[in-house]
Design a protein around this ligand. Structure first.
Ligand code: SF4
Length: 702
């Protein structure tokens, strides 16, 4: 029997396309919403096929435990929820009694709803009392977040609605390929181009996005900081700096100006491979357009110098007077579905809800009061994601890990090392929809509800808080992660602090975030329903009324810094942690394909998306392939200092001859992250996913 459509959002990327689900008859069907502001009726192949996840034959429908407890080589068997929860709780208590509270760690994800991300942070600090919690967003856009906080005093991916892109008369897009990763977003870029805007794309590959741009700059991976400083040098040299804006709205430019005077264009051209003429054309286009944007994404940010690189792009935007100007500014394009909200409410090692700081006494006191606990109970900041993973099972390290919404052995850097560390744990607990590669290694697996089966909120790439609505109930035997955390907390003696009702959790989140930078206190489910989402910060009035209009555009008059000004920070180019040498003579970079999302746990299982997509291929330039004796579809082994993986060869002139590219959606023999370098950015703790030294060799024929 058909039922009324339920308005909700795609389960995948940060565009959070509006979707209507009809679930009265199974299987559920879906349609894009024609009027949701980020997709306007568009969907990509991932979204179109998302309903196929709901009744997928490989879905987990009961908890799994090992046939022989403690022996992960023994097969799984189905268990009841009480049996699995009792087992996990007893082990957590035993390990914390023996090794201390920080012997238990939590690893979250940027796909969790705000309610679940908030509860996971609280669960770690209140139910477990551990400092050890971080999440996979650390591997995503933490560098841009750190740089934005440093420059603007605030991190919101886009400080303006996505539709503003169509009104910008010049756009510099760095390390992003929305034509493949979020195709409906291209309508805003296309509208701008159709209206005469100049678009410049920075990418070592001539992607679909780059091919549609006015100009494509193809630097060597890991050299973006030199490129940005070179552009700023030319802005200074050619008199393009907005001196009035710099004088009235910023601090610190003198030191930056002195720093980039050393970035002579010929040196930048030598480092990056980008001709000076193209640099000059780019900076003049940005400076001379009445409205202009600088947008970055993972290609610019996933480096061991990621924070400084993002800062260099921000410096350029500030020098040109862009942030806060109408239809202009700097923004970063978030990747994961709730990559924005997931980093605002306490999953990060150093954060409390509302972007409050765990190390700040006033912030601790505020949140502890909302949580009904003593501030002294709350742990201090713990380790960042890779640092925690790298110490699993070591003396003094984490001995039990709870993983929500992450497939670490595909998505973490240097996955062979991470796999070894996971194997050294006393207890690994994973909650997922499917038996992911990480769940396969666990002692206990909990089946969880998915997108169209749950209520909650997400915060998209624009900082717009939106509703995820339930169109159908989870299958019998499946519960959501709020239920999992509440039941575990009960068994740990702290159940009274937790709720399984998303609306109750959101109301508590609102109070916890009140007065913080990411203030949700004026947002309610009703407002989100009525207004197609509400942009934060949105504080309640002093008498608690939610009538603030929300904040679609930020920084028009001041920045949320102590003096109201944005901060330039002088940053210098440094070579990537690894450069090519005789043993590893090429540069490896990694990225995404249109058909797959993140570690591919969901999209690799969907027949329609899996069949429409190419498999794990390495993209090489024909000139490089010729010197290596590699032909189309040959089996190619890539080797780095961490490990090796094999891929089918795809030859294309769309890539630089000194670079090879692999997608990271697969594990096992074609795991791109068996190759990647876990060298960390000193500030954001972002690994160097986007550039390392590699050797390529033919090991088989088609
Ligand atoms: Fe939209 Fe992203 Fe979903 Fe594609 S994956 S339909 S772009 S939200």
């Amino acid at each position: 029997m058909a039922s009324a459509p339920t308005s909700t959002h795609c389960p995948y990327c940060s565009l959070q396309c509006g979707i209507s689900v009809v679930a009265g008859d199974r299987p559920a069907t879906l349609q894009p919403q024609p009027d949701f502001p980020t997709n306007l009726g568009g969907l990509c192949s991932k979204g179109w096929n998302a309903a196929g996840l709901l009744d997928h034959p490989q879905r987990l429908l009961s908890p799994l435990v090992r046939t022989v407890p403690g022996d992960r080589t023994s097969p799984f068997r189905a268990a009841g929820w009480d049996e699995a929860l009792d087992l996990v709780a007893a082990e957590l208590v035993r390990l914390q009694a023996a090794h201390g509270r920080d012997a238990v760690g939590c690893f979250g994800g940027g796909g969790l709803t705000n309610e679940k991300a908030y509860t996971f942070g609280k669960f770690a600090r209140v139910a477990l009392g551990t400092a050890m919690i971080d999440y996979n967003g650390r591997f995503c856009m933490s560098s841009a977040a750190t740089a934005s906080n440093r420059a603007f005093g605030l991190d919101r991916g886009l400080p303006f609605p996505l539709a503003d892109v169509a009104r910008a008369q010049a756009v510099l897009l760095v390390g992003s390929n929305p034509a493949a990763t979020m195709p409906p977003a291209m309508q805003f870029f296309d509208a701008g181009r159709a209206a005469g805007a100049t678009h410049v794309v920075v990418d070592p590959r001539a992607t679909a996005t780059a091919r549609g741009a006015s100009l494509h700059l193809a630097p060597l991976p890991g050299t973006d900081l030199a490129l940005a400083n070179g552009l700023l040098h030319l802005a200074v040299k050619d008199g393009l700096v907005d001196e009035e804006y710099v004088a009235t709205r910023t601090t610190g430019f003198a030191a930056v100006r002195a720093g980039v005077s050393a970035s002579w264009p010929d040196r930048v051209e030598r480092i990056t491979g980008v001709p000076v003429a193209d640099l000059r054309r780019t900076v003049h286009a940005l400076a001379e357009a009445p409205t202009a944007m600088v947008l970055t994404a993972r290609g610019a940010e996933q480096h061991s110098s990621g924070t400084d690189t993002a800062q260099a792009w921000i410096n350029l935007a500030l020098a040109l007077g862009l942030p806060g100007r109408p239809f202009s500014g700097y923004g970063t394009i978030t990747g994961q579905g709730n990559g924005q909200g997931g980093r605002e409410h306490g999953q990060k090692a150093d954060q409390l809800p509302g972007y409050r700081k765990l190390a700040d006494p006033a912030d601790r006191a505020h949140v502890a009061a909302v949580w009904g606990v003593d501030p002294d109970e709350l742990p201090q900041p713990g380790l960042s994601a890779f640092e925690m993973l790298d110490r699993l099972g070591t003396p003094g390290g984490v001995r039990a890990l709870l993983v929500l919404a992450s497939n670490l052995v595909v998505s973490a850097p240097d996955v062979n090392r991470v796999r070894d560390r996971l194997a050294a744990l006393d207890l690994l607990v994973v909650s997922d929809i499917f038996l992911s590669e990480t769940a396969e290694l666990a002692d206990v697996v909990f089946p969880t509800a998915q997108w169209a089966e749950e209520e909650g909120t997400m915060t998209n790439l624009e900082g717009r808080v939106i509703r995820r609505r339930q169109a159908l109930r989870p299958p019998v035997g499946v519960h959501d992660d709020l239920h999992l955390m509440k039941e575990l907390a009960e068994r740990l003696g702290r159940g009274q602090h937790f709720s399984t009702e998303p609306r109750e959790v959101f109301d508590e989140l609102r109070r916890a975030s009140a007065g913080g930078l990411a203030d949700y206190s004026g947002i309610s489910y009703e407002r989100v329903d009525a207004e197609q989402g509400v942009f934060w910060p949105c504080p309640a009035t002093p008498d608690g009324q939610p009538d603030h209009p929300g904040s679609p555009r930020l920084f028009a008059d001041r920045f949320p810094t102590p003096d109201g000004r944005a901060r330039f920070v002088r940053v210098e180019y440094r070579a990537p942690d690894e450069s090519p040498d005789a043993a590893f003579p090429h540069v490896l970079t990694t990225g995404r394909l249109m058909a797959h999302y993140q570690s591919g746990t969901q999209t690799r299982r969907h027949p329609a998306t899996a069949q429409s997509a190419v498999g794990p291929e390495v993209q090489l330039h024909p000139d490089l392939a010729r010197t290596l004796g590699i032909g189309t579809a040959d089996v190619v082994r890539l080797t780095t200092r961490r490990g090796a993986a094999t891929f089918r060869a795809s030859l294309s002139t769309d890539i630089r001859p000194d670079v090879v590219f692999v997608p990271f959606h697969w594990g096992g023999a074609s795991a791109a992250n068996a190759l990647t370098n876990p060298a960390l950015d000193p500030l954001s703790r972002m690994p160097a996913f986007k550039a390392c030294a590699v050797r390529a060799e033919r090991v088989g024929s088609p």
